[in-house]
Design a protein around this ligand. Structure first.
Ligand SMILES: *Cc1c(COP(=O)(O)O)cnc(C)c1O
Length: 376
């Protein structure tokens, strides 16, 4: 927790649940990633945290933006981004949204299928487009699965198709999976992308851009490699596979920019034992899967918890949210321990909660509104 957040919580004791984000930490994360990969443009993945204060701070720092939808495109423009600095990076877009984004001046679009190329040609004529490759997401705590991307062979065909339909075949992208903890995982993806560049050169198309995606991890419970290690591994992979024919590169970090900048302040609603003989207590918080902690699905992202009673003896717990839905359990398999003195009314701070939380909250499930949000 940053000193600014600690001071705010002590002074204001906000109504819980409440997401509190330190924008100076957002800035620090941005600058550090910039230094680690100085040749790559940063397109902040807006979906990780689209709050206007985050977008505005990044806009002031010179960031570009990766938008997943028309409303995200509009949010970037509202934050002051020039349309030429916004990429429409979702491979799945409605024709009407493509047309509107193009009308607003957006000139860079992703695709991974023939039908999407045709939609782009019809609704964003002459735009620059890049094809997303399907790559291995092993090593990622939050893999993006086989939902996105296509094979290298398909990518070559689709980029040719794009040219034939009057679009500008601009490059290739991939995403190695979110919360990717292994810097070595970019290597295979960069190699595959380089093959596409080579094949297209033989067909008279000179690609300019390699989009290296996001995936850079945040620190939750356990340590992760420093961002510099990712910078080195990626730079090395680029030299190995592109040599002197280095394309422009960009990255689309989301989580690594905002996660550690935020904490989610919550309150214990109930501590119980199912039986006096049970060693494990159930701790129910006022925030759960439907309050924004969706990434606890399959216990994939393991948040760290802090309480005012830290230092007291601890015991094992299961941790759950407040709703009347059996799926609203955060951790039942992962080994968590909290102070034995913990009781209803205590505050619990969930660390590194600045990414993929606020906007994941249900609108009003069980009558609970989404967490409040404060940007400092
Ligand atoms: C979600 C997403 C990102 C951001 O990923 P992080 O793991 O949060 O860095 C980047 N690019 C695309 C296309 C995405 O869908």
């Amino acid at each position: 927790m940053t000193p600014k957040i600690a001071e705010f919580l002590a002074r204001s004791r906000p109504h819980t649940p409440c997401l509190v984000v330190d924008l100076d930490k957002v800035e620090e994360n941005y600058r550090r990633l910039r230094r680690a990969l100085p040749r790559a443009e940063i397109y902040y993945a807006v979906k990780a945290n689209p709050a206007p204060p985050v977008l505005e701070r990044l806009q002031d720092l010179g960031s570009r933006f990766d938008a997943a939808s028309l409303p995200e495109v509009e949010a970037c423009l509202a934050a002051g981004a020039a349309p030429g600095r916004v990429s429409f990076g979702n491979t799945i877009k409605k024709a009407s949204h493509i047309a509107r984004a193009h009308e607003l001046g957006i000139d860079l679009f992703a695709f991974d299928a023939a039908e999407e190329v045709d939609k782009l040609a019809a609704n964003a004529p002459g735009a620059r487009v890049y094809c997303r490759l399907l790559v291995d997401n092993g090593g990622a705590d939050w893999p993006l699965s086989r939902k996105f991307g296509c094979s290298a062979r398909t990518a070559v065909d689709l980029l040719v198709r794009a040219r034939d339909k009057g679009l500008i075949p601009h490059g290739v992208s991939f995403h190695v999976g979110s919360q990717q903890t292994d810097p070595g995982r970019w290597e295979g993806a960069v190699a595959r992308a380089a093959m596409v560049f080579t094949d297209l050169r033989e067909r008279g198309i000179e690609l300019r851009l390699l989009n290296l995606g996001g995936g850079f991890p945040a620190r939750y419970r356990g340590a992760v490699p420093e961002v510099e290690a990712f910078g080195e591994a990626i730079t090395e992979a680029m030299h190995r596979h592109f040599g002197n024919a280095m394309p422009e590169t960009l990255i689309e970090p989301g989580r690594s920019i905002v996660a550690e900048a935020g904490i989610l302040e919550s309150e214990v609603v109930l501590v119980s034992r199912k039986d006096p003989a049970d060693a494990v207590r159930w701790v129910y918080l006022d925030v759960g899967k439907f309050g924004g902690l969706a990434e606890t699905m399959d216990e994939a992202i393991r948040y760290a918890f802090a309480t005012d009673r830290d230092g007291d003896p601890t015991g094992p717990v299961h941790i759950a949210g407040p709703t009347c839905d059996g799926a609203d359990i955060l951790y039942e398999k992962t080994d968590y321990r909290l102070p034995l003195t913990l009781r209803a009314g205590d505050r619990v701070r969930i660390g590194s909660a600045g990414a993929y939380t606020g906007t994941y909250a249900a609108v009003n499930f069980n009558g609970f509104p989404p967490p409040g949000e404060v940007y400092l």
